[in-house]
Design a protein around this ligand. Structure first.
Ligand SMILES: [Zn+2]
Ligand SMILES: [Zn+2]
Length: 302
């Protein structure tokens, strides 16, 4: 293998010679759709089987591009690919949850700088997502209102934690932010999945993701290591209490300090956050990249 060889580059022999955006099966998949069928068992350890899938979503053929440097039009292609793949996977009888996410940055263990995200199709609903679903369902039952619609209304009225707004989406640092500069993007309209996006919502989602990514990358002058998580309704059934949103967990406390998940976070599930949501929101709101197309970033090493 030549040094700097990347399987995601056109010409690598692993992907087509030309592509715009691409679904690439993960070489080290935790789930596969043809694994042993699901066999419920009783006993100390319950098993769910491993029927599902792990995709890599290649955002762009160019290796040394930060996600914030993709054009809005190109992000739109990623959004459309998310929805298309979600539809395919959710139609599979074994798939219970389609989890679309991205890990970016060496600081959080990503060894491949090529711009990409991932899609896991789970044969069960992952525990943190189940907990969020349960809380949202409880609120809906007790208050006859979607909790996300209530939060959105309050955040817009309050204004101090807003980061940016577009026609169809609102980005803010939540009151309950756990990560320094955590942002959530809520759809203004109440719907549950990427497959429910209208044409203009899909373009607008591309626009706000690009904008938030640029703000993050301009904050300290280098691509922000982060996790980007799409929160959607489960693949099966109706979930009127749930509301589509995108969460960003940046891992940088400052230009030189990382946020680590240590004993209190990992062992007790309690996040220590030494930043104030309103201050971080102001910082991010006022970080205005000069041009949407030419952010002038340091690139990832090629
Ligand atoms: Zn590459
Ligand atoms: Zn809602």
């Amino acid at each position: 293998m030549p040094q700097n060889w990347c399987p995601f580059d056109p010409g690598s022999g692993r992907v087509p010679g030309h592509y715009d955006v691409l679904i690439y099966p993960n070489d080290f998949a935790a789930f596969q759709l043809d694994s042993e069928p699901f066999t419920p068992e009783t006993g100390l350890y319950s098993k769910t089987g491993a029927r599902g899938s792990c995709d890599v979503v290649l955002y762009h053929p160019q290796h040394a591009l930060a996600p914030s440097q993709l054009s809005i039009e190109h992000w739109r292609k990623v959004v459309d690919l998310w929805a298309k793949r979600h539809r395919e996977l959710a139609g599979n009888p074994d798939v219970q949850y389609v989890y679309i996410f991205e890990n970016t940055g060496v600081a959080i263990g990503v060894t491949m700088p090529h711009p990409h995200g991932q899609i896991y199709a789970f044969p069960f609903i992952p525990p943190l997502i189940q907990r969020e679903l349960d809380s949202a369902a409880d609120h809906f039952r007790d208050h006859r209102e979607c909790i996300y619609c209530s939060i959105l209304r309050d955040e817009i009225a309050e204004g101090r934690r807003l980061v940016s707004e577009t026609s169809h989406f609102v980005a803010f640092v939540p009151f309950f932010a756990r990560w320094p500069g955590e942002i959530q993007i809520y759809a203004r309209r109440h719907f549950g999945r990427t497959t429910d996006l209208t044409d203009s919502e899909a373009s607008d989602l591309a626009r706000i993701i690009k904008l938030i990514r640029m703000k993050y990358d301009h904050l300290f002058g280098f691509p922000m290591p982060l996790m980007m998580l799409l929160r959607q309704s489960p693949a099966k059934g109706d979930h009127p209490y749930f509301h589509f949103h995108v969460d960003f967990y940046p891992t940088q406390r400052s230009a030189t300090k990382l946020k680590y998940l240590a004993g209190v976070e990992s062992g007790a599930g309690t996040f220590l956050n030494d930043t104030v949501a309103e201050q971080k929101a102001k910082e991010l709101r006022e970080t205005e990249p000069r041009s949407l197309q030419a952010p002038g970033l340091k690139h990832y090493p090629a």
